[in-house]
Design a protein around this ligand. Structure first.
Ligand code: SF4
Length: 196
């Protein structure tokens, strides 16, 4: 008789556990949920040409603003620009903020989403359906990169050999780095050559 409340509690706990296991989020299959996760990333690859055009303009605007970045200080501009870059590219490309963006060379498919973080083409494990061997639900980022690159004006950029990722540049703004480098190059080429 003394066991009755314990048995009742156990039964109610079992019921709760069973309800948890039986929970299915609004009738959406796991495959569909995964497909949704990659939907925006795949959209970006399909629109690689338009994004390439947009990026080229954005880079020009950033370069035009170089005097302002200089006055403000590139380091001080880093936090707000990084915030914007992280959210915009996070949404469009699942960007991991490696700080050395190569999207213009990889058909707008971010190679940092490769579980092996390969920066120069796919491994030998791409599945017959074009998905990743490590994450079978995920389309291989390099299969996508090739497809995106074919849509771009600078489609041969995908053949460029990329340097290994410099982890020290992680979580910094690629936009500002590209701008600072372009400005430095422009200033260098504007200088008269020694001896002239
Ligand atoms: S290459 Fe780097 S900066 Fe560019 S989208 Fe991927 S993680 Fe972000």
């Amino acid at each position: 008789m003394a066991d009755a409340p314990t048995t009742t509690t156990q039964a109610s706990l079992n019921k709760k556990a069973a309800r948890k296991i039986a929970y299915k989020p609004s009738g959406v299959s796991a495959t569909r949920r995964n497909a949704r996760r990659f939907a925006i990333r795949l959209w970006s690859v399909r629109h690689a040409r338009a994004l390439e055009w947009f990026y080229a303009r954005l880079a020009k605007v950033f370069l035009m603003l170089h005097p302002m970045w200089k006055v403000v200080g590139y380091q001080r501009a880093e936090a707000p620009i990084k915030f914007i870059e992280k959210h915009v590219k996070g949404l469009l490309f699942d960007c991991r903020m490696c700080g050395q963006c190569v999207l213009s060379s990889t058909g707008m498919s971010c190679p940092m989403n490769c579980p092996k973080q390969l920066r120069n083409g796919p491994c030998g494990g791409v599945r017959a359906n074009g998905h990743c061997e490590v994450e079978p639900d995920m389309p291989c980022v390099w299969v996508q990169a090739w497809s995106g690159a074919q849509k771009m004006q600078e489609r041969d950029n995908i053949l460029n050999v990329q340097k290994p990722v410099d982890q020290a540049l992680g979580q910094t703004s690629s936009w500002l780095r590209v701008t600072a480098n372009a400005a430095a190059e422009r200033e260098l080429s504007a200088q008269p050559e020694a001896g002239q």
